[in-house]
Design a protein around this ligand. Structure first.
Ligand code: GLU
Length: 383
């Protein structure tokens, strides 16, 4: 048993568990035995008093199996069709297994556009918290059938990180087909060592995470690392662990040395700032001067027109934009109070000059600090 792990897990109540396709896949499709044993462990945790929300892949794999398709699916419509066939089968497998343990399940299918819209985001949050109050297990997957590039989470690691934020999880467990994060690619080097604890998601550690995927999965270790980085930024610890290992969940919660634990960062982004930083895609860019940079980064101030040097992109009031310094390094992301056309007219001016130039002044700040998420050093260029 390990003290860091026990300390990290001591106050955990709400757990977001993500299960990857490679974990759920047997020789030719869904591995029902694995589903049964993971569900048994999750049910045990529920009996111990934990709340669980599950993000699961496996729809495409299951649909392929049903249609007797071997090899990779090439086109997007093929994948979407396979997901449409497989999602029901996947849910049936989970439902059957959870019912044996006296637990009900609820299916939730989402696309990125469901969480970028603040109102729908809040609706999802309310539904999930009601399900948890009722003791039902929410089972979430991407709505693959309708998701195309612009509204896609990309992979279920990213989806799971966003759900961890929505439910304000105390722990994110990412079950995958390998043992955790290695210091170099274990399929290439025999010397690769498993990293037990990551204190900070540095660029050096990120470099160790490969994009290579199993034949069933989507994002590889890189996307698991990025998901870990996102949740640790809001104070949620993350464990990447081997999903096929017997008792993996029980052992994790017991504090055993298993997988890689990512410790939460000391200063947290609150939920709304997290939503801004990691959920919304920027519509433009504000280049700011050194004075504004200092005010934002060190003093926690709002962004005023006087600190803006230039504007890029075409955006409206309320849209997300990134703030960069003169060298182009991303410093923050926030929601603007003015359109790009208005900002190009008031950039560099004093607040008192806004109404003179625009004929109105609804706000003093271009981005209010409550709507501004500061980029940490180690998130550089990643938002
Ligand atoms: N949503 C896909 C499925 O259920 C999986 C995506 C992923 O593995 O990241 O098959």
């Amino acid at each position: 048993m390990n003290n860091i792990r026990r300390g990290t897990l001591a106050h955990v109540k709400k757990i977001l568990i993500k299960v990857g396709s490679a974990v759920l896949t047997g020789h030719d499709g869904l591995d029902i035995k694995i589903i049964d044993s993971l569900v048994l462990e999750m049910s045990d945790l529920v009996r111990q008093g934990y709340s669980i929300v599950l993000v699961t892949s496996g729809a495409i794999v299951s649909g392929k199996q049903r249609m007797n398709i071997t090899g990779k699916l090439k086109s997007i419509p093929e994948k979407q069709a396979a997901a449409a066939i497989g999602q029901g089968r996947l849910m049936r497998a989970y439902a059957k297994s959870f019912e044996k343990n006296d637990l009900s399940v609820a299916q939730i299918l989402l696309t990125l556009s469901d969480v970028t819209d603040r109102q729908r985001y809040l609706n999802i949050r309310n539904t999930l918290s009601t399900l948890m109050e009722w003791g039902a297990i929410p089972i979430i997957n991407e709505n693959d059938t309708v998701a195309v590039d612009e509204i896609k989470f990309g992979d279920n690691d990213n989806l799971a990180a966003m759900i961890a934020n929505i439910i304000e999880a105390d722990l994110f467990i990412n079950l995958t087909s390998i043992d955790g994060l290695y210091d170099c690619n274990p399929t290439v080097s025999k010397k690769a060592k498993l990293i037990s604890v990551v204190n900070e998601c540095s660029e050096e550690i990120e470099a160790a995470a490969t994009e290579e995927t199993s034949s069933a999965g989507t994002g590889g270790m890189k996307s698991k690392f990025q998901a870990a980085k996102k949740v640790t930024a809001i104070g949620i610890p993350c464990i990447i662990a081997p999903g096929k290992k017997k008792n993996v969940l029980i052992d994790i919660m017991y504090g055993k040395e298993i997988g890689t634990l990512f410790l939460p960062m000391a200063d947290r982004l609150n939920s709304k700032k997290y939503w801004i930083a990691f959920t919304l895609r920027p519509r433009g860019k504000l280049i700011i001067d050194d004075g504004a940079k200092k005010a934002l980064m060190e003093k926690g101030k709002s962004l005023l027109p006087s600190g803006i040097v230039d504007v890029e992109g075409d955006f409206n009031l309320g849209d997300p934009v990134v703030c960069v310094d003169r060298k182009g390094a991303i410093l923050a992301k926030g929601l603007v109070n003015f359109s790009s056309t208005e900002i190009s007219k008031i950039k560099g001016l004093k607040t008192s000059q806004i109404s003179h130039v625009l004929g109105h002044k609804d706000y003093d700040e271009v981005i209010h600090r409550d709507n501004l998420a500061i980029t940490k050093q180690n998130f550089k260029n990643k938002i």
